[in-house]
Design a binder for this molecule. Structure first.
Ligand code: GAF
Length: 386
């Protein structure tokens, strides 16, 4: 937990609303391998990190009004419980979407006051939106004694993202934020929602995140378009194999026979997903058995698939991955998250991290005209009270 941030949220809450709040924390995430597989009923391998969203919650004076304050935007927003709809202001949607889901599911809540703040960089592919949604869902559950189970918190948060942010995301980010476990990754089967904690033993290596500082906008329709393209591929295969319901059930041979002749773009999207699921299964075994070099190579392959076949990379992400390919201290690297900007995830020898950043920073600035921001991610527990 970042005590300074929790204290600052408490202080902001007291300044705004005059009472002591309940404080909740919910983390952002990394994903070792398994990108754009979650909404295709595949596998993912994420972990919760030491960057998180903090929410302070308390009552509202009339029991009907919702008072929100964002530390990040230094901005207030107010509405009432019977007037919940998406707003063009942006940030309140991640709170209001959750309130809307609770109402639709018949949970009994009243008005409340809330401060939202944190250190998960926005638009960096570290899942700040899921962290807000999960923090808010858990805070409301705690404050109003709703007793919502962890899986339901995930589904509520995911649906909030669908309906109030317009991104038809999978379950990875919300699941990881809630279920994260210190020093472990989660191997999650996004079809059955069965999961396994796998110890993250990196033997002298660390997870280095390099933020391109290109802010992506997943909502910019490309994410939803990828989802549709995958669904189209499944529909074409299903005409010949009625038992197939998602890319999880599809083989490369099926794609070659039934999708390739119809549309090369849809074929490449689907092929990437089928290959990525295979990579995840063997990559997770690599992690379990300490074959870190093999895992690193798969991360590079994932990047190539995301860049060339799935087309969700950008020149800055490609630059940063290409720049470390021949570095001896780097086992693997790839773009992470939805894409079009944000961070690369790198497995880097601990004692070579500073030197690598010193080398990459100026080179990136010269080539791309932007700064990189580097973070070494620590793996932490999921959503909790502070
Ligand atoms: C975003 C989504 F929210 C996730 O569900 C997942 O699809 C990811 O992009 C890509 O793997 O973070």
């Amino acid at each position: 937990m970042n005590k300074a941030l929790a204290d600052s949220v408490r202080q902001k809450y007291v300044e705004q609303f005059g009472e002591e709040p309940l404080i909740v924390r919910s983390p952002g995430r990394v994903n070792i391998i398994g990108e754009h597989t979650d909404y295709n009923e595949g596998f993912v391998l994420p972990a919760a990190i030491d960057k998180a969203i903090y929410v302070g919650i308390g009552k509202s004076e009339d029991g009907k009004t919702i008072h929100l304050f964002s530390g990040e935007f230094n901005e207030a927003y107010q509405t009432t419980l019977d007037n919940i709809h998406p707003t063009e202001r942006g940030w309140p949607n991640y709170v209001l979407g959750v309130v809307d889901q609770l109402k639709k599911r018949g949970y009994s809540i009243k008005g409340f006051s809330m401060v939202v703040d944190g250190d998960v960089p926005i638009g960096a592919g570290l899942s700040s939106s899921a962290a807000v949604e999960c923090a808010v869902a858990f805070a409301l559950s705690q404050f109003f004694n709703l007793n919502i189970g962890k899986r339901d918190l995930d589904f509520i948060a995911q649906k909030a993202e669908h309906e109030f942010a317009g991104v038809l995301c999978g379950i990875m980010d919300q699941f990881d934020s809630v279920f994260g476990k210190k020093d472990h990754v989660i191997k999650l089967d996004c079809r059955s929602i069965e999961y396994e904690y796998v110890p993250l033993k990196l033997e002298g290596y660390k997870i280095l995140l390099l933020n391109t500082n290109v802010k992506h906008s997943l909502a910019s329709s490309e994410y939803n378009k990828r989802r549709q393209e995958c669904e189209q591929g499944v529909a074409w295969v299903k005409e010949h194999h009625p038992d197939v319901n998602s890319l999880r059930d599809v083989t490369k041979q099926m794609l070659d026979e039934h999708v390739k002749p119809k549309d090369d773009l849809v074929y490449r999207r689907c092929k990437y997903v089928v290959e990525e699921n295979e990579r995840l299964i063997t990559g997770c075994d690599d992690l379990k058995t300490g074959r870190l070099e093999a895992l690193g190579q798969k991360m590079f392959q994932t990047h190539d698939g995301l860049s060339k076949d799935y087309s969700v990379s950008c020149k800055e992400l490609d630059y940063l991955v290409d720049a470390v390919r021949s570095e001896e201290a780097v086992l693997g690297a790839r773009m992470m998250g939805g894409g079009f900007g944000g961070c690369t995830i790198n497995l880097v020898k601990e004692n070579a991290i500073d030197e690598l950043i010193q080398k990459l920073g100026p080179a990136y600035k010269q080539a791309m005209g932007k700064e990189i921001t580097a973070y070494v991610a620590q793996i932490e527990d999921g959503t909790s009270l502070c």
